[in-house]
Design a protein around this ligand. Structure first.
Ligand SMILES: *Cc1c(COP(=O)(O)O)cnc(C)c1O
Length: 362
C-alpha cells in the first residue's frame, strides 16, 4: 500500500465542480480583489468562530504581523512566544518591529507552558502570542489570567486550529485577536495563499482593515503606513464553500485521532495527549520517538509517508544567529524526536488500519 503524507488533490476532489463554477463566476463578474465574495467569506468565518470581525488578508504570516502592527506597541516591545512554534509566529513579531521572547513549551502538550510565562515578563513585555500548535488550544484560562495581572494583550496564532475548541469557545475567539492561515494544507485550505484575522475589538478591526490595504481609510486617503495584504475573490469563494464542510472534516480527523490513540501500541512511540480529543482539530498527529530516523525509513519502506513538524528549533536556525547559543532543552528534545504520521480527510479506514498495524510492529 502507498500512503502519501498528504495528497492535496484528493483533499480538493470533492469540491471539483463547485470550484470550477467559482472560477467561471469570478471571471465573468470581473471583480477580483476586495469584493463581495471576500465579504461573504469574512462574514461566514466570523460567524463560525463566533467573533464580531473577520478580515481577510493574503496569508497567515501577514495576519499575525498586521494584528501586532495595529497595536502600535512601543518600539522594542517584547512579545512572548512559544520556542517550538512555526517560524512564522516569530517572524511576525520581528516584521511588526518588536522583540520575540522565547518561552519553553510543555513536553506533554507541545504548547506554550503557562508555568514558564511569568519568569519571562519584563517592564518591556507588551503581549503574549500563543500558538494552538497541531490543532490543540493553549491553556487560555491560565494565560489570560497572567496577562490580566501584568496588563498584557493576548493574541492567537490559530493557523493550525480552525474550529478547535477551548471550554466551549473556538480558536480565534480566545484572546484580543487571532491570525489564521488558509495555506492549502491547513484544515481549511485555499488553492493558494490566504489568511484572516479575527477579533472582537472595534478599534483594532478598523485599523486592521486599513493596514491590509496600504493604510487606506477610504479611497486614496491613507491614515497609516500599511501593506498590501488582501484576500482575493477566487480564494475567498473557494474558502466559503470549503468552510461548509469544515465541521465534518474536523469530525473525521477526530475519529482518525481516536483510532490512532486507542490502537497504536508500541513502547518506542509516545502518543500525543488525548485529554481534549473532542475539542482538538488534529491538524497534525505528532508522535515522539528517540529512534526517529529509523522510524521514518521503516515507514517509507512500508509505503507510508511521514513528515517532521519541525526538524530544527527556531533558536538554532541560521536566520536567528543571536539565539544560536541559547539552550532550550525542551524545544530541542521535541525537535529531535517528533514525527507526524498521515492524518487527513482522504485516508480510508483500510489505510488507517494499515498505518496502525505497521507502527505496532516497528
Ligand atoms: C502555516 C502557519 C503559519 C503561516 O501561514 P502562511 O499562510 O503560510 O503565512 C503561521 N503559523 C503557524 C503555526 C502555521 O502553521
Amino acid at each position: 500500500m502507498q500512503i502519501p503524507f498528504l495528497n492535496l488533490k484528493a483533499i480538493n476532489k470533492p469540491f471539483e465542480l463547485e470550484i470550477k463554477e467559482v472560477f467561471d463566476e469570478v471571471l465573468e463578474k470581473g471583480w477580483y480583489i476586495l469584493g463581495e465574495k471576500g465579504r461573504a467569506f469574512e462574514e461566514a468565518f466570523a460567524q463560525f468562530c463566533n467573533v464580531k470581525y473577520c478580515l481577510g488578508v493574503a496569508n497567515g504570516l501577514d495576519a499575525l504581523t498586521i494584528i501586532l502592527k495595529a497595536c502600535a506597541f512601543p518600539l522594542e516591545a517584547e512579545i512572548l512566544v512559544a520556542s517550538n512554534t512555526y517560524i512564522a509566529t516569530i517572524l511576525a513579531i520581528k516584521h511588526a518591529g518588536y522583540v520575540p521572547v522565547l518561552v519553553e513549551p510543555s513536553l506533554e502538550t507541545y504548547l506554550i507552558d503557562s508555568a514558564n510565562i511569568e519568569q519571562k515578563i519584563t517592564s518591556k513585555t507588551s503581549a503574549i502570542l500563543v500558538t494552538h500548535l497541531y490543532g490543540k488550544c493553549c491553556d487560555m484560562q491560565a494565560i489570560n489570567l497572567i496577562a490580566k495581572k501584568h496588563h498584557l494583550r493576548v493574541f492567537e496564532d490559530a493557523a493550525q486550529a480552525h474550529g478547535a475548541k477551548y471550554k466551549e469557545k473556538l480558536a480565534g475567539n480566545l484572546s484580543d485577536g487571532a491570525g489564521f492561515s488558509f495555506y492549502p494544507s491547513k484544515n481549511l485550505g485555499a488553492l493558494g495563499d490566504a489568511g484572516a484575522i479575527t477579533t472582537n475589538d472595534d478599534a483594532l478591526a478598523e485599523k486592521i482593515m486599513a493596514l491590509r490595504n496600504y493604510g487606506s481609510s477610504k479611497k486614496y486617503v491613507f491614515d497609516y503606513q500599511g501593506i498590501n495584504s488582501r484576500l482575493d475573490e477566487i480564494q475567498a469563494a473557494i474558502l466559503s464553500l470549503k468552510l461548509r464542510k469544515l465541521e465534518e472534516d474536523n469530525h473525521y480527523r477526530r475519529k482518525i485521532a481516536s483510532l490512532y490513540l486507542n490502537n497504536i501500541k508500541n513502547d518506542k512511540i509516545i502518543l500525543p495527549p488525548n485529554d481534549t480529543l473532542e475539542d482538538d482539530v488534529w491538524h497534525l498527529f505528532v508522535i515522539r520517538t528517540t529512534q526517529r530516523d529509523d522510524f521514518v525509513k521503516y515507514m517509507l519502506s512500508k509505503g507510508i509517508g511521514t513528515d517532521i513538524h519541525y526538524p530544527i528549533p527556531p533558536h538554532q536556525q541560521k536566520a536567528f544567529t543571536e539565539w544560536n547559543r541559547v539552550s532550550l532543552p525542551i524545544s530541542e528534545k521535541i525537535h529531535k524526536e517528533v514525527v507526524s504520521i498521515p492524518l487527513n480527510i482522504s485516508l480510508t479506514e483500510n489505510e488507517i488500519t494499515y498505518i496502525i498495524e505497521t507502527i505496532n510492529i516497528f
